[in-house]
Design a protein around this ligand. Structure first.
Ligand code: GDP
Ligand code: MG
Length: 174
């Protein structure tokens, strides 16, 4: 059965420095680059095969600096799936996700919008500041899956994007 190619908009959100650009680059270009301009906001187009279905993704890697706050409403409206990234080395970066999720739900007026939570920099276990259990309980409350990722070691990078795609496909089917 030949199903039409779907296209989805993904928005990558989180505090500055958590690894949004590194995760996006690992997924789209399969490369690790140590450093990105933290103020650059860019979108990337890529095609993936999910359970035998072709999906085109438009991924917006947000910068979250104040000058972009006005744009936030717009991309939150356009976004169909949200990758919420924090760093396991920073408690405040997890707290930031609470605000971002509230904003998404308010703007989309939808409690069940596809979300995946990524606790990035999992390779820095010796600098861990957020217990896995703490992030996990938040993810259960939000009914959003939680993954610990590392853009550096390419751990769970494809998995977070694929999970988000599956959620968006499921929602599209119903
Ligand atoms: P953004 O501001 O969220 O886009 O963060 P970046 O992707 O620019 O990354 C910020 C910093 O964290 C850079 O110095 C990266 O090298 C580093 N970084 C990003 N992801 C990882 C990771 O998984 N592990 C480690 N150890 N460092 C990371
Ligand atoms: Mg960035």
């Amino acid at each position: 059965q030949n199903q039409p190619c779907r296209e989805f908009h993904i928005v990558v959100l989180g505090a500055g420095g958590v690894g949004k650009s590194c995760l996006t680059a690992q997924f789209v270009h399969h490369e690790w680059i140590e450093s990105y301009d933290p103020t650059i906001e860019d979108s990337y187009r890529t095609q993936v095969s999910i359970d035998g279905r072709q999906v085109v993704l438009e991924i917006l890697d947000t910068a979250g600096t104040d000058q972009f706050v006005a744009m936030r409403d717009l991309y939150m409206k356009t976004g169909q799936g949200f990758l919420l990234v924090f760093s396991i080395t920073s408690k405040s970066s997890l707290a930031e996700l609470v605000n971002l999720r509230e904003e998404i739900i308010r703007i989309k007026d939808d409690e069940s919008v596809p979300i995946v939570i990524a606790g990035n920099k999992a390779d820095l276990e010796d600098q861990r500041a957020v217990e896995r259990a703490k992030a996990f309980s938040l993810s259960q409350r939000w009914e959003a899956p939680y993954y610990e990722t590392s853009a550096r070691t390419k751990t769970n990078v494809d998995e977070v994007f694929v999970d988000l795609c599956r959620q968006m496909l499921r929602r599209d089917d119903t």
